[in-house]
Design a protein around this ligand. Structure first.
Ligand SMILES: [Fe+2]
Length: 188
């Protein structure tokens, strides 16, 4: 279920620049929106055709993610100490063949992800990708935050008109206010 960093163009550059990406996470981490009561937080930078203005505060991350072929979403994600992500399947109503990757930013102790019955530990500065249309869940059994850059790319043409703004993204948009969101008419 897991694919290595060399399985798709543009992913090695994330590893090569991971400390710069982590520094941008550090500057934004206080704005994270809690997605679930289990301690899962998101700092959305892009979701399909919605581009958060805060991505201007993460220029290295934004540039590198936009260079990934088929990129459709990227966020910083955080799991608080002893938090977890319940089993779920990511929304892919556009049938894009979506793959989701994680770049480890703060991953001390036992923190990982299970996808389709296979488990992997997060590692700082390392990328791996999984098919997020397969049920998956994550955990952080350490006493420190687990933080990643989490990104998704499509492997088939994307029809954004069929995509749905999932509830936690909508919550993030509502919390930030419309002024912090802009539609990109070039890709919609
Ligand atoms: Fe997911």
């Amino acid at each position: 279920m897991f694919r290595p960093v060399d399985s798709h163009p543009g992913l090695q550059a994330l590893e090569d620049n991971w400390l710069a990406i982590r520094a941008e996470y550090d500057s934004l981490k206080e704005v994270a929106t809690q997605y679930s009561p289990t301690g899962w937080y998101w700092i959305v930078l892009r979701y399909h055709t919605l581009y958060m203005k805060r991505r201007e505060l993460a220029p290295v991350t934004t540039k590198l993610c936009e260079a990934i072929p088929g990129i459709i979403a990227y966020s910083f994600t955080r799991i608080k100490p002893y938090g977890y992500v319940s089993p779920h399947v990511d929304d892919d109503s556009g049938d894009s063949g979506m793959m989701t990757g994680n770049l480890g930013l703060y991953c001390s102790g036992s923190t990982g992800l299970n996808s389709g019955g296979e488990s992997k530990q997060y590692q700082e500065g390392k990328v791996w990708v999984h098919d997020s249309n397969v049920e998956h869940f994550g955990w952080n059994t350490s006493d420190k935050d687990r933080a990643c850059l989490t990104f998704s790319y499509a492997t088939r043409p994307v029809d954004f008109s069929k995509s749905v703004v999932v509830p936690f993204i909508m919550e993030s948009l509502m919390n930030e206010g419309v002024k912090n969101v802009e539609e990109d008419s070039k890709t919609s």
